[in-house]
Design a protein around this ligand. Structure first.
Ligand code: ADP
Ligand code: MG
Length: 257
């Protein structure tokens, strides 16, 4: 049965989308069947896979507000084993439109439950906010994968993040777990990066992945070509890191192929 994971941190620019696109692509290349769901109205995961969010017949919006079935909005990507529910620009208004609906927090969960058995993993890319879209994601998932950027103030906002997880555990999703914490944009030449790794490891004892995702310009370039890093530049440091991360992820899941 598919495991459902939200890539979540309410801070923007910490590497959520980059992690979502590239971890998914690496796992798919390793043979896992993956569904990626983009609920960020910015649609960066959607465009990261080379999908034009302005020319979609059906998207996440239709699932949330038009009661269309999840199946109708799932599309293939260029990557084998990897399908996508794309975001669209309409999703920006969804947060407000959702407020009037009954069961507004569990629409995504219901949609995912109807398809998750067809996949090994379902990843949801969350927007950088704590609104109804994010609540829908946290309600729908088994666990959260938290990217943290190696920068000054890395832990700022983390207590709010943990409070949100606690709140959801106390209500809509008692079984919500922390999948793990992945450190992104690591620069081994700076003391700051090294300090951040120590601090984050102290805070999230035993939950931090050993693999560090380095700052790598190829990772930043890949989305403008609509490709995951392993397709765009498979020999880059970024590709190597996300491959290592995917392997570590599967080892900890005891799901090694
Ligand atoms: P979020 O989804 O949390 O807002 P993104 O994944 O979009 O964060 O990353 C923010 C910006 O940083 C993007 O422009 C992205 O291309 C870039 N970026 C992310 N990870 C790396 C990295 N490891 N090295 C270099 N640039 C990165
Ligand atoms: Mg993003």
């Amino acid at each position: 049965m598919g495991k459902v994971i939200a890539v979540f941190n309410q801070k923007g620019g910490v590497g959520k989308t980059t992690t979502n696109v590239n971890l998914s692509a690496c796992l798919a290349q390793l043979g896992k069947k993956i569904l990626v769901i983009d609920i960020d109205p910015q649609g960066n995961t959607t465009s990261g896979f080379g999908i034009d969010k302005n020319s979609l017949e059906s998207s996440m919006y239709d699932i949330l507000l038009e009661e269309s079935s999840a199946l109708e909005s799932i599309i293939d990507t260029e990557c084998d084993n990897l399908q996508l529910v794309p975001s669209s620009t309409e999703l920006a208004g969804a947060e407000i439109e959702l407020t009037t609906l009954e069961n507004r927090e569990i629409i995504l969960k219901n949609a995912i439950d109807s398809v998750k058995d067809q996949y090994d993993y379902v990843f949801i890319d969350c927007p950088p906010s704590l609104g109804l879209l994010t609540i829908n994601a946290l309600t729908a998932v088994d666990s959260v994968l938290i990217p943290i950027q190696c920068e000054y103030y890395a832990l700022e906002g983390v207590s709010q993040l943990m409070n949100t997880i606690e709140l959801v555990r106390n209500g809509l999703n008692p079984n919500l777990e922390i999948q793990g914490v992945v450190l992104s944009m690591f620069d081994g030449r700076t003391n700051l990066s090294i300090q951040v790794v120590d601090e984050v490891k102290k805070y999230f004892r035993g939950k931090v992945y050993t693999t560090l995702i380095p700052r790598n310009v190829r990772l930043a370039e890949a989305p403008s070509h609509g490709l995951p890093i392993i397709e765009y530049d498979p020999k880059s440091k970024g590709a190597e890191a996300y491959n290592d991360f995917a392997e570590e992820f599967l080892e900890l899941e005891e799901d090694v192929i």
